[in-house]
Design a protein around this ligand. Structure first.
Ligand SMILES: [Zn+2]
Length: 86
């Protein structure tokens, strides 16, 4: 279960809707830790045009527009699930 997932991919994997994953992310992170020593890491969304990085606290789903350059060329946030070292 290693790799990089988009929010929608992660949702499919966990049989949840992207919205559920987004609202339940903190809980999910704890659950993963408890159930299998897995660590959930987040790569925030980023504007591909100017490099603006969105706050992942506010933007768990793909933002529609860059506030800085108004570009809609946005890289969607990604999630990595890592096995924690024991
Ligand atoms: Zn931008």
């Amino acid at each position: 279960m290693n790799g990089v997932y988009s929010l929608s991919h992660l949702a499919k994997l966990l049989e949840m809707t992207p919205k559920e994953v987004a609202t339940d992310l903190q809980h999910l992170s704890k659950t993963l830790k408890h159930s299998g020593d897995l660590e959930l890491l987040m790569v925030p969304a980023q504007c591909r045009s100017c490099g603006f990085q969105f706050s992942h606290k506010k933007h768990l789903t793909k933002p529609s527009k860059c506030p800085q350059c108004k570009s809609t060329w946005i890289e969607e946030p990604a999630f990595t699930i890592k096995k924690m070292k024991s």
